[in-house]
Unconditional design. Structure first.
Length: 231
């Protein structure tokens, strides 16, 4: 399997976090994460997106048959009422932990099916020359959005902001907003959509806090990435 393919890694990481990646595939991906920093960052990005969704949920208690199977695996059949009561008390925190995990998986899967933008039409990779990428910028014209994927820790510049620009051919740069520390999906207005559609490149400039005060890049352009059709 081509684990150097970012789109593939991101898709597998999403399934891993939601809990739909099972069996040998899950074990194999966990082995990949031990040596592949990009895979770990993809998992972290999906955890950042999904875990907050579980905070406002009441735990969902599984059926009694689930606990009987758990008890049979962790301690065998109860030898008597006292032992059964003691085991029940001992398992109670374990039960709540499993219930919370099931609630997270259910909500995460539902959120994924409803809000996932699907496959991008194009991707731009932003990286220092000769070094590993820092961001991927993915375009989703049908959703009128882009997704900025943070692939590495963003180098901090005290008192400065990173700003993303579309570079339409024959036109002035158009701001697509500030670059995030973590991955995020961003809705575009009509002007931004038109600029992205007319661009073959995007760029990141270093700007004052909050972004350019003029509507055009004012600081040095640090990264430029070609927009290529997604494979």
């Amino acid at each position: 399997m081509r684990y150097e393919d970012f789109e593939l890694l991101d898709r597998i990481a999403r399934e891993y976090v939601v809990g739909t990646l099972r069996g040998h595939a899950r074990t194999r991906f966990e082995a990949v994460m031990r040596t592949n920093a990009t895979a770990r960052r993809c998992v972290q990005a999906w955890e950042d997106r999904l875990l907050p969704l579980s905070l406002g949920l009441a735990p969902v208690v599984p059926q009694a048959s689930v606990w009987r199977r758990v008890e049979s695996r962790v301690g065998g059949a109860a030898a008597g009422r006292d032992d059964g009561d003691a085991r029940g008390r001992g398992l109670r925190p374990f039960r709540w932990a499993i219930a919370a995990m099931l609630a997270l998986a259910a909500v995460g899967l539902g959120w994924l099916l409803i809000t996932s933008p699907g496959s991008p039409t194009a991707v731009a990779v932003l990286a220092p020359e000769g070094q590993a990428p820092i961001w991927n910028v993915e375009t989703f014209p049908d959703r009128e959005s882009i997704r900025i994927v943070a692939l590495a820790p963003v180098p901090l510049q005290p008192g400065k902001s990173y700003e993303l620009w579309a570079l339409p051919e024959g036109g002035a740069p158009v701001s697509l907003g500030l670059m995030p520390q973590r991955s995020e999906t961003r809705h575009l207005d009509a002007t931004q959509l038109a600029a992205v559609a007319a661009s073959k490149q995007v760029a990141v400039s270093l700007e004052p806090p909050g972004g350019s005060p003029t509507g055009a890049p004012t600081g040095p352009v640090l990264y430029v990435g070609a927009i290529a059709a997604a494979s």
